[in-house]
Design a binder for this molecule. Structure first.
Ligand code: SOE
Length: 379
């Protein structure tokens, strides 16, 4: 059966997922057959252009007409648009793939996770944490699960960007609490929290995050609107989310964690890095060198750099010979392959809405800690 896919959103993420869908038949021949059936958005002209460019057959300006008319619904809109359409799709029994962070608020994320549970296990509800699908991250997970790093003591994740360091950079929905929920915390921190949970969150490693202490900061309180900038006008809008955050974590099994995320880290474009130290070794990873994993074992006096591009490394056999490196967009192909395969088979998929909710609980606790000045325990 050909799966008819409806996609809400045609910006950055719309392009990343449409590219992934287009690559599937060529590189993952065992992926289910799909049809990019309908692209959903508000502005008809821009939508038509995008549909032509991204390979969609038709357009729709109301998601309500689409969610029960397709076999799969992708929600790639701004964070505030994740909630209502995703819940409506799940209520109609349509599997949903939703971008991260799952929702602008914890309450919304809870409602989405409830809708996913009510839809049942044969209706997958995936949260698009694409960095779980980097081959080197999968490799790291295997090392950790095989106990090669021993007991986990320290986990460190930083996600640094610099696109707002210029105070005249234009205002966007990502700067608005109503539309985005939070700033660097939700946009970047949700990825870090998810990767940390994915890698060390099992009971025999660090376990879940038990309590947090957080700090948020907005450096520039208002920004010019894009319209005003092109017209040369002075119009600005307030920035109502954080530009940067940091947090301390305590894990169930006693490990310590440190998180940091910023849109003000001058010179850092998309620098997501992780470091883990265990009793038997350490590892480190940087998204800007995503084909590599650095591992130190026992008494080694330095890190070994492993190029994770061998045929038997996760997903690599679908692409090129060893050393013919992969990039950021491949992570979307891998997650689309896994998600659509789960939909086709009526299987469960991870990361799902429960994972999105778990990340949201941590983000929410970090904000609460910043407000109260106290450590916050997670239930
Ligand atoms: C913008 O900060 C952004 O596109 C995030 O929204 C993505 O999730 C991240 O992968 C790259 O940066």
């Amino acid at each position: 059966m050909t799966l008819e896919v409806g996609v809400l959103g045609y910006g950055f993420m719309g392009k990343a997922h449409a590219n992934a869908m287009a690559r599937l038949p060529m590189f993952f021949p065992d992926a289910p057959e799909i049809e990019r059936r309908v692209l959903v958005g508000r502005h008809e002209d821009a939508l038509s252009d995008a549909a032509d460019r991204l390979g969609f057959e038709s357009i729709a300006t109301d998601w309500a007409d689409v969610v029960d008319d397709v076999d799969v619904f992708y929600n790639l809109g701004p964070n505030h648009a994740h909630v209502e359409p995703s819940i409506a799709a799940l209520e109609a029994g349509t599997p949903v793939f939703c971008e991260k962070p799952l929702a602008p608020t914890l309450e919304d994320a809870e409602a989405m996770a409830t809708a996913a549970h009510e839809a049942g296990t044969d209706v997958p509800a995936g949260c698009a944490f694409n960095y779980r699908f980097v081959p080197a991250i999968r490799y790291a997970k295997r090392l950790l699960e095989d106990g090669e790093l021993g007991d986990i003591h320290h986990v460190r994740a930083r996600y640094l960007q610099d696109w707002l360091v210029d105070p005249t950079a234009p205002w966007s929905w990502r700067n608005d609490e109503e539309l985005a929920g939070s700033g660097a915390l939700g946009d970047l921190g949700s990825h870090s929290v998810d990767l940390v949970r994915f890698l060390v969150g099992s009971d025999d490693l660090a376990g879940e995050i038990d309590r947090v202490s957080g700090h948020l900061r907005t450096f520039v309180e208002e920004r010019p609107t894009e319209d005003a900038q092109s017209a040369g006008g002075p119009e600005t809008r307030p920035v109502t989310v954080d530009d940067a955050y940091s947090a301390q974590l305590e894990f169930e099994n006693g490990a310590m964690g440190t998180l940091e995320g910023s849109r003000f880290a001058t010179g850092h474009k998309n620098d997501h890095s992780l470091e883990i130290h265990g009793s038997a070794g350490s590892l480190r990873f940087s998204l800007e060198r995503l084909n590599e994993l650095e591992v130190l074992r026992g008494d080694d006096r330095g890190y070994e750099t492993i190029l994770v591009t061998d045929e038997d490394d996760p997903y690599v056999d679908h692409w090129w010979p060893p050393g013919h490196v992969l990039g950021w967009e491949h992570t979307f192909v891998h997650e689309n392959y896994e998600f659509l395969t789960a939909v086709d088979r009526g299987d469960t998929y991870a990361p799902n809405f429960d994972d999105g909710l778990a990340a949201q609980r941590v983000l929410d606790a970090i904000e609460e800690s910043d407000d109260s000045g106290e450590w916050i325990a997670l239930e």
